[in-house]
Design a protein around this ligand. Structure first.
Ligand SMILES: C[S@@+](CC[C@H](N)C(=O)[O-])C[C@H]1O[C@@H](n2cnc3c(N)ncnc32)[C@H](O)[C@@H]1O
Length: 236
């Protein structure tokens, strides 16, 4: 197989939600990298792939995911240098990422930094099942139907990010990265009359998971890996 960089989505957490194509991409790569916060910490994507196939060798790349822009840029540059050196050696390199690699993922930052060094690098992706899909499946929620719309929002900077999307009663709203603002998200949903059907999944597919109605969990902030799904307002 030719050298290149492939971003592989491993799904939200359960090893059996990793697709056959994703597993094949990892098994056939010369090298599989996974993001982590520190070299001695197993990242979430790594634990998913290990659960699906403990035989795949995985090398960790440290990413500073938090808000220190300089630390983040330095980490990306260092990771890109390591990946580029493997590509220079003619390797086919896979980089695993939670969910889908094209949705709020570290992968495109890494790919851009690699291409900056090696513009000729062929970059491809393997789609992954997204966290919200598992949340709706596990809670028996119909996300969209007919002419309804689907909006994905990042609430990393606060719950106010959902105010405008909530105006559209015919849109389902997926709220990512809003775990620490969960009580405020609940207040906005209540004000908009959309709390009742809203569902929640935290660490879904992982040993610590909590899944159910938003009303059962929203008295406290939740973890970073938490997703809220608000179905469209439907007449009975
Ligand atoms: C950086 S984004 C990654 C999204 C991922 N690429 C996807 O396609 O689902 C991280 C956000 O995805 C959601 N997420 C990812 N994995 C999750 C999980 N196992 N349980 C609940 N939410 C999850 C959370 O909202 C989290 O804040």
């Amino acid at each position: 197989m030719p050298s290149g960089l492939v971003g592989v989505g491993v799904g939200p957490g359960a090893p059996d939600l990793l697709t056959v194509r994703a597993l094949t991409a990892c098994r056939t790569a010369d090298r599989v990298f996974s993001p982590t916060m520190a070299m001695d910490v197993e990242g979430r994507a790594e634990s998913v792939l290990r659960g699906a196939d403990p035989g795949v060798e995985i090398e960790r790349l440290v990413f500073a995911i938090r808000r220190d822009e300089q630390a983040r840029a330095e980490a990306h540059a260092k990771a890109a240098a390591r990946v580029a050196s493997c590509l220079d050696d003619g390797e086919r390199v896979a980089f695993i990422t939670l969910g889908d690699p094209n949705i709020y993922s570290t992968f495109h930052h890494l790919a851009a930094a690699v291409r900056h060094r090696r513009p000729e690098t062929e970059v491809t992706t393997v789609p992954g099942i997204m966290a919200f899909q598992d949340v709706v499946a596990r809670t028996g929620t119909i996300a969209t139907d007919g002419l309804e719309r689907l909006v994905i929002v990042s609430a990393v900077d606060g719950a106010d990010a959902i105010i405008a999307p909530l105006q559209d009663a015919g849109a389902a709203i997926v709220i990512y990265k809003g775990g620490r603002h969960l009580p405020e998200i609940r207040q906005h949903l209540e004000r908009a009359g959309r709390l009742e059907d809203a569902v929640f999944g935290e660490m879904i597919g992982l040993p610590e998971e909590r899944v159910g109605a938003v009303t059962d969990f929203a008295d406290q902030p939740a973890a970073y890996l938490a997703t809220v799904m608000v179905p469209p307002k439907r007449s009975a």
